[in-house]
Design a protein around this ligand. Sequence first.
Ligand SMILES: NC(=O)c1ccc[n+]([C@@H]2O[C@H](COP(=O)([O-])OP(=O)(O)OC[C@H]3O[C@@H](n4cnc5c(N)ncnc54)[C@H](OP(=O)(O)O)[C@@H]3O)[C@@H](O)[C@H]2O)c1
Length: 313
Amino acid sequence: MKQLRYDDYGGIDKMYLAEVATPEPAADQILVDIRAAGINPVDWKVRNAQMKLADGHQWPRRMGLEFAGVVNRVGSAVTNFKSGDEVFGAISLKELGAMADAVVVTADQIHPKPPSLSMSEAAGLPLIGATAHLAMRETIDVRGRKVLINGGSGGVGNTAIQLARMDGAHVTAVAGPHHQDILREMGATTTYDYTTTDVTQLGENWDVILDTAGTLPWSEAKHLLTPHGTYLDLQPGLTSYLGSYINNKLSDKKRQPLMADITHTTLHRLYDLVEHDGLRVHIGREYALMDYKKTFSELEAGDGPVGKAVFIP
Ligand SMILES: NC(=O)c1ccc[n+]([C@@H]2O[C@H](COP(=O)([O-])OP(=O)(O)OC[C@H]3O[C@@H](n4cnc5c(N)ncnc54)[C@H](OP(=O)(O)O)[C@@H]3O)[C@@H](O)[C@H]2O)c1
């Protein structure tokens, strides 16, 4: 089977599509045939050695942390899944391997696929869904509050807008000139184009600021917060953890670094949000896995589609 991997940190030229033996599931494992795998900025951040503290340093390094597919076969001790089940799931940063024809996982890493989502939509949901839920539901209560989402047209932004609107927040969302419609479709109440409007110059304040784009740092965002407002930081490094610890002891304006974790509970929660609350996943483009070089060149240059990008093996 095909499996995308690399043997050393570095650029796009480090990746190759290896032909490897299809893994045999152990007693507690499940072999899933991948139908689609989500592509995320974390895929190239790990490859570029930007996440060494969390990535496990295993070589050769596989790629891809989220997927949807069909159970091929299960180990002898697995009772809750069977061959033919449609599932979606996520693999830890230390393992990865979803950008392949098949992957071996344990039962806690998968969940029945939401029936109303396509394979691509389900594959693209775990990381953006977990992150948006962590930001808009687990970290802060956004009900009835003013929320600014800087970078609303990407995967995390799309999902965060929807969750905040479900909770009755007033959502201001920022994206580029060609992506204003999607902000409104997802439910944003006010939208801005970052090429023509600088939100730091509007004289407005927000109770919650989520910066998905990484262009609104704490040093600027803190001036846009209401007196007890919270800034949610999606690019947390050692300095932001330290900085937020000190800041949060001294100031009513809070700075909160976030690091999403996808557990079985997360997958179940996302299933419910889709099936019962109408959460949508906007797939921007499906790429063929064999075109991985062109795909990563496009996405890493910031020329990706609006919404989620997925690989089809
Ligand atoms: N900490 C965590 O647990 C965690 C989890 C998931 C993701 N992340 C991080 O969160 C970030 C977003 O992820 P994603 O998957 O949503 O990425 P994405 O799909 O690439 O979205 C990026 C967003 O940024 C916007 N943007 C670009 N330049 C901008 C600017 N100058 N001002 C305002 N907005 C701008 C883009 O808008 P246009 O396309 O319209 O230009 C787009 O809406 C990534 O850095 C990712 O690594 C962190």
